[in-house]
Write a protein that binds this ligand. Structure first.
Ligand code: TK8
Length: 353
């Protein structure tokens, strides 16, 4: 009997000790909750935008990005910080756009050509000889049809905040002066990763190769490609004159840039912060367009000063190029979407009235 009583006391003692122990773990878990609470009460944590582009820090695109940084950090009192990366430090246009979809990067500003791999309708802006000048391009891009296209990016976990300017694209090469359609024959031309660009250069008689911008300079130096096409500001500021001898004012495509933000990051902002980043992307874009036009104006002469031979394309020669690519344009109207193409042509007509 005595043994039974002792055993009962022992069991009760063990139970009492165990109950005290549990209390500690709950209090410790409640402590950890409160410590979590503390960290949430400090939840005004800073948000960071990693913004990467492919062009270097001399280019108007980077100066526009610094303007975006200045506006956002000022307007949010640095609640949102912007880290800027240039020269493909974070990758090329396509890989950086994919990083935005994954949420590992917050901003990039690609040309519409590679963006067409995510939203095919953006290829409408790759139709050769589409825009007559920058002013019409601004009206179409900043108007209803351009803004409607930006909305299509949301289905790809991307937010298009505004259009910036890459500009009218001009041909360079290391083989010969290009004055007419015939002069394209057999030239190995690097194009952006966009099927319409590829097919248009094939129609001109060239031998095009799609390639990320980050690989282009080495390809020209090694002779993997004979030529490329970009606005004068890019050709000069990226020092392409060190690997190219000839430049022609083909002006064959006007390239917009799209200021992209990761949708997961954008959705995590307050309404006020969303308005700030949107307005900053628009204001910095207008600033960048101005810088870009000044640059494209002056750098053709700079290219000749660096030893490049400039060949003027006559209106008749350009008309021959327009006719040569027309079958490609007709073929792509259905691939891009007849409605989108018609809306853009109508908006261009309206902008010139
Ligand atoms: C830079 C590119 C460049 C574009 C090209 O990342 O790929 O040739 O014109 O500006 O976006």
């Amino acid at each position: 009997m005595k043994k039974l009583f002792m055993l009962l006391c022992f069991v009760l003692l063990i139970g009492a000790l165990a109950a005290c122990g549990n209390g500690d773990s709950e209090s410790s878990s409640s402590d950890s909750d409160s410590s979590d609470g503390d960290s949430e009460s400090a939840s005004g944590e800073e948000k960071v935008i990693k913004a990467g582009i492919g062009l270097n820090d001399d280019h108007p695109q980077y100066k526009g990005l610094l303007k975006f940084k200045e506006i956002v950090e000022e307007e949010t009192d640095s609640a949102i910080k912007v880290e800027t990366y240039h020269s493909g430090q974070l990758g090329d246009d396509r890989s950086m756009t994919e990083a935005l979809q994954l949420g590992t990067q917050e901003v990039t500003i690609p040309s519409t050509a590679p963006l067409a791999n995510f939203v095919p309708e953006f290829s409408v802006f790759d139709i050769p000889f589409l825009f007559p000048n920058e002013q019409v391009a601004d009206q179409v891009l900043d108007g209803e049809v351009g803004q409607d296209l930006l909305k299509k990016l949301e289905s790809q976990d991307l937010v298009g905040l505004s259009y910036w300017e890459n500009g009218f694209r001009d041909l360079t090469n290391s083989e010969r002066a290009v004055a007419t359609k015939e002069d394209f024959e057999g030239l190995k031309i690097r194009t952006m990763e966009n099927d319409l660009h590829l097919d248009a250069f094939k129609a001109l008689g060239a031998n095009p190769t799609p390639m990320a911008f980050t690989e282009l300079f080495t390809a020209m130096q090694q002779g993997t490609v004979d030529g490329q096409e970009n606005p004068y500001a890019t050709i000069y500021l990226q020092k392409f004159y060190e690997a190219q001898d000839h430049v022609s004012n083909t002006h064959h495509i006007y390239s917009p840039f799209v200021f992209l933000m990761s949708k997961s990051f954008y959705d995590g902002l307050s309404e006020e912060q969303q308005t700030i980043v949107k307005d900053a992307a628009v204001e910095a874009g207008k600033y960048q367009r101005e810088l870009n036009r000044e640059a494209n104006e002056k750098y053709l002469q700079s290219l000749q000063d660096e030893g490049m031979t400039y060949t003027e394309i006559t209106p008749e020669a350009r008309e021959e190029m327009v006719e040569a690519v027309q079958p490609v344009v007709d073929e792509y109207k259905s691939k891009i979407g007849e409605e989108t193409v018609e809306k853009v042509y109508q908006a261009i007509e309206d902008a010139q009235e």
